[in-house]
Design a protein around this ligand. Structure first.
Ligand code: NAG
Ligand code: NAG
Length: 388
């Protein structure tokens, strides 16, 4: 798109207008990465920060803890950071003094040099079935919000990411509801908190987890590739990709509780480039297709059938391949190798020439895990970020 705009910049006047437009367009992109650190071979955070800032359009990161080395490493870069309160600290944050203590120790020392924009309280807690955590999560979010206000940090949002496990399974996006038992008791009060504090509801959609190996059509549907699509019989809306289906399912569930106005952020989504031989749909090509097409889809500003024109701040999972993750596919969600060369190109580089994977790395045409006749293991739960 930018190239088309550039070629039409013939006069100085047009050039100025185009530059302005391109800046507006660029500032409209909201693509970030999850910077997980379950690895023993990653470069120092300050090197990562310099790399992202100078070589890529990625202007925001999300981390699965409040790692002080990362917070220090991103100081002065202007790259915004979403931090996470680890699940095992949630209970202590449910009182105001506990939240203030956590904030003073983990976040305040790095402000304002490091741009912390959001704090996630735990990861995928509501669907964890851990009663203690579920009981404490909203009180912890409220205490943390109050602690931030008392510290005059009113621009920092408080939220928590959810997997699609918070939804009751449904045939169509428009018919989807939150899991009964959770909907009114947990989700509605949480959405009310988001509305009051102008913070987003965060979700982790993984179309990868929704593909059916016996139906190649579902792979194209998940990868934003040409396919016949699916019609929602209730709304008569036509869906051509699974991401939209999943986002509209969440939106429908929110709307039924009366909170269709709350902002949505995609906290995690991605696709592995290498997996076990039996893992259908896993390949460099598919990972590059999913993430590349997702970025184009988000940046097109088209939105979804039920949310036309809406863009979602989106964090791809993940920045690096992490060699200490438990399974082969979990170790291969990264956009980059630890030496900062790309695993594949998803169009996040500022300089074109830098986007070509170096030979010896990123075997785009190398070994792929071809489909086998084994049953699919992919319908299990989505990857859980950095919590094994
Ligand atoms: C619930 O989560 C907390 C914090 O991570 C953990 O210490 C506790 O063991 C969990 N409880 C259960 C029943 O899994
Ligand atoms: C917050 O701002 C108010 C008003 O400017 C000021 O009185 C107060 O001391 C500030 N509190 C902190 C913790 O900086």
């Amino acid at each position: 798109m930018a190239e088309t705009q550039l070629s039409s910049c013939h006069s100085l006047l047009l050039l100025l207008a185009c530059t302005l437009f391109q800046q507006l367009y660029a500032s409209n992109t909201k693509i970030g990465v999850n910077y997980g650190t379950m690895a023993d071979n990653l470069p120092p955070p300050s090197m990562v920060a310099t790399f992202l800032k100078s070589k890529t359009t990625i202007d925001r990161i999300k981390i699965f803890d409040a790692n002080p080395d990362i917070l220090r490493g991103f100081a002065g870069t202007g790259i915004s950071v979403t931090v996470t309160v680890p699940n095992d600290a949630i209970t202590s944050l449910s009182s105001l003094p506990g939240a203030q203590a956590w904030l003073s120790q983990n976040i305040l020392p790095f402000l304002p040099k490091t741009v912390v924009t959001r704090i996630c309280v735990g990861n995928e807690v509501v669907e964890s079935n851990n009663k203690t955590l579920i009981t404490n999560i909203l009180p912890a979010m409220k205490s943390l919000h109050e602690a931030l206000s008392l510290a005059n940090q009113t621009t920092i949002q408080v939220s928590t990411p959810h997997s699609l496990g918070i939804l009751d399974s449904s045939d169509t996006p428009s018919a989807t509801v939150f899991r009964r038992g959770h909907d009114k008791a947990i989700i509605a009060p949480m959405l009310d908190f988001h509305r009051r504090t102008k913070s987003p509801f965060m979700v982790n959609p993984y179309p990868f987890a929704g593909i059916t190996p016996t139906e190649p059509e579902t792979v194209n549907y998940a990868l934003f590739k040409p396919n016949n699509g699916i019609r929602d019989e209730a709304t008569w809306l036509h869906y051509t990709n699974m991401f939209d289906t999943q986002m509209d399912a969440i939106f429908s569930a929110m709307k039924k509780l009366g909170y269709g106005d709350v902002e949505l952020v995609v906290a995690e989504t991605g696709w592995p480039s290498i997996g076990e031989p039996h893992e259908e749909g896993v390949s460099f090509e598919n990972a590059a297709s999913y993430n590349g097409n997702l970025i184009k889809h988000i940046n097109s500003g088209k939105g979804t059938p039920l949310m036309p024109g809406r863009t979602f701040e989106t964090f791809i999972f993940s920045l690096f391949n992490e060699n200490l993750k438990p399974t082969v596919s979990e170790r291969n969600y990264g956009l980059f190798y630890p030496d900062l060369t790309p695993v594949y190109d998803v169009g996040v580089f500022i300089a074109e020439e830098a986007s070509v994977p170096r030979s010896g790395f990123g075997p785009i045409s190398g070994p792929t895990s071809g489909p086998t006749s084994e049953p699919s293991p992919i319908s299990g739960p989505a990857p859980q970020g950095n919590f094994p």
